[in-house]
Design a protein around this ligand. Structure first.
Ligand code: ACM
Ligand code: ZN
Length: 542
């Protein structure tokens, strides 16, 4: 069995090998100069020198217009390697497959690498193969993000969804609203365990961090080189406490800002003086100043991110404040809106219209579809484990969805809850999407929320080897997916991860038939326990 993840769409295997050495040369049409740079960097790592470029090169990159943008044909025979693609991304993906066929990552000072002779024709199942990282609850450095982008390329994932703002921190520099980072990127404390007010323990240390606009441009360019589109998320109108800490006028009631940004988990109600379920802070949707602020921010963010999509979050918006606020009530009367949910729909549509003038489509978590007046052109991202009738209606009316169902794609959850097999075997029918509507599914995306992910070690542990499962789910044709086959390839994949310095969760945890040990409540009390167990399992003491 070829040790490839994700498994290509079509493979023909032949006898014989291509022998790759420091003397192997290449030739690339100008279209593929970036892919050639990657080939050169792989060669330098393997053989210490770049391969010679010459017209009669052993490895040839060809333009083939009949292939789709991300597709490629990789033909390996004893005396040549031919890569055909119609776009740089296709060639880059062919190289990833070649990298895996030759086990580039496992080699140590090789004289020669034997690559099996094959003919591979490959293309993705979905155009959207995403990974989200929440950089609000915990900040990750640009170096850590670049490392994640490198790993995404290995897995042929092509969307980096960057969750840049939330109640616990605003992480993007704004030139027009400097307090967003001066105040909104800093908090005094971090919740280490527990959920809401249950069993919570505080770290007792301040936390801060944000990305300058220059750093953001650098990340976007780094991602683009790897065929990855960066989609920013500025969560609104709720999960807005960091913005309100900086500019209290954005809230319905101006409150002492300090209480907004203490916790990395969910902000306890009583700290906020609430008796109701308003556990995250929405913006006031009545005041004009909110709309001015949002449009100004969109102007700045859209300049930085060329992607034709913009994520506005839109999840978990409590309505209690809007019901009591005179500004929100006035807006509802003026716009003939009957319910607070319609007020949210009105707001989302305003933002969507503004984004359209910039050539961007609005994406929102599936709650945005709960507003009966929502514009059908929005892209919904289906995350809830509870069935979303609104998402089903959206797709029946011709709307588009990205699927991130909680039980398959929420990688902040322990491996015992969101098991490798759930991720691998996820199918749109689990979101009640009929076969004839599957073409309205842009794709799938994994989510890494970071309330309890404070560093790279835990980030790796939560993401891997689940990223391998997302990768195959998102790329490989459904009829070729087999969890049994994936499981057989797991040890080899993990050997590669090990070499790449990835702190993956071991099979003891990812393939275990879990029983009571890691219940939901137990996990929130002990979010780091699985990691400790994982390390013990790797050391062989468990
Ligand atoms: C979400 O997890 N609230 C999108
Ligand atoms: Zn209001």
């Amino acid at each position: 069995m070829l040790q490839l993840i994700p498994m290509p769409a079509e493979i023909q295997r032949y006898s014989g090998v291509f022998s790759m050495t420091a003397d192997t040369s290449y030739t690339a049409e100008s279209h593929f100069s970036e892919a050639a740079e990657f080939l050169e960097s792989y060669f330098k790592k393997l053989f210490g020198t770049a391969p010679e470029e010459k017209e009669t090169g052993d490895i040839k990159f060809f333009y083939a217009e009949n292939l789709a943008k991300e597709a490629y044909r990789l033909s390996i025979s004893a005396n040549r390697i031919q890569i055909e693609a119609s776009a740089p991304t296709g060639a880059l993906y062919a190289l990833q497959t070649l990298r895996q066929l030759g086990d580039f990552d496992l080699q140590e000072n090789p004289e020669e690498i034997q690559i099996p002779c094959v003919e591979i024709v490959d293309y993705p199942r979905y155009s959207w193969r995403g990974q989200m990282l929440d950089c609000s609850r915990h900040f990750f450095s640009t170096e850590e993000i670049k490392r994640l982008l490198d790993l995404m390329l290995y897995h042929k994932l092509n969307v980096f969804h960057w969750h840049l703002t939330d109640d616990q921190g605003w992480r993007m520099e704004s030139k027009k609203y400097p307090l967003l980072t001066e105040i909104g990127s800093k908090r005094k404390n971090t919740q280490q365990t527990g959920w809401m007010e249950l069993n919570y323990k505080l770290e007792g240390k301040p936390h801060e961090g944000f990305y300058t606009q220059e750093e953001i441009r650098d990340i976007v360019a780094y991602a683009a080189k790897r065929g990855i589109m960066v989609v920013p998320e500025i969560d609104m109108p709720a999960h807005f406490a960091a913005a309100e800490a900086a500019y209290p006028y954005l809230a319905c009631r101006e409150m002492k800002s300090e209480v907004f940004w203490w916790y990395s988990g969910i902000v306890p109600h009583t700290e906020l003086g609430y008796k109701d379920s308003s556990w995250n802070r929405p913006a006031c949707l009545g005041k004009e100043s909110t709309y001015t602020f949002i449009f100004d921010i969109l102007d700045e963010v859209c300049e930085l991110f060329p992607a034709p999509y913009f994520h506005i979050g839109g999840d978990e918006s409590p309505t209690a404040e809007w019901k009591k606020c005179p500004h929100c009530q006035k807006k509802m009367q003026e716009e003939h809106l009957e319910t607070p949910r319609e007020l949210q729909g009105y707001f989302t549509n305003c933002v969507g219209k503004y984004l359209k003038t910039k050539g961007k489509s609005l994406i929102g978590w599936n709650e945005v579809l709960d507003s009966p007046n929502i514009d059908r052109s929005v892209v919904g991202q289906y995350w809830t484990s509870k069935r979303s009738k609104a998402a089903e209606r959206h797709i029946k009316k011709g709307g588009k969805l990205i699927l991130s169902r909680h039980n398959a794609f929420y990688f902040d959850f322990p491996h015992s809850k969101v098991q490798l097999k759930n991720t691998y075997t996820f199918d749109p029918k689990m979101c009640h999407i009929q076969k004839n509507r599957e073409n309205q599914v842009l794709g799938v995306e994994a989510e890494l929320w970071t309330e309890f992910v404070a560093d790279r070690r835990k980030l790796d542990f939560n993401l891997f080897p689940r990223m391998g499962a997302v990768s195959e789910n998102a790329w490989t044709p459904k009829q070729k997916c087999s969890f049994r086959s994936f499981q057989k390839r797991l040890p080899h994949y993990e050997a590669v991860l090990q070499k790449l310095g990835v702190n993956y969760a071991p099979e003891k945890i990812t393939l275990k038939n879990h029983n009571v040990k890691y219940t939901h409540a137990f996990y929130f009390k002990n979010p780091y326990l699985e990691v400790e167990d994982g390390e013990a399992a790797k050391r062989g003491t468990k």
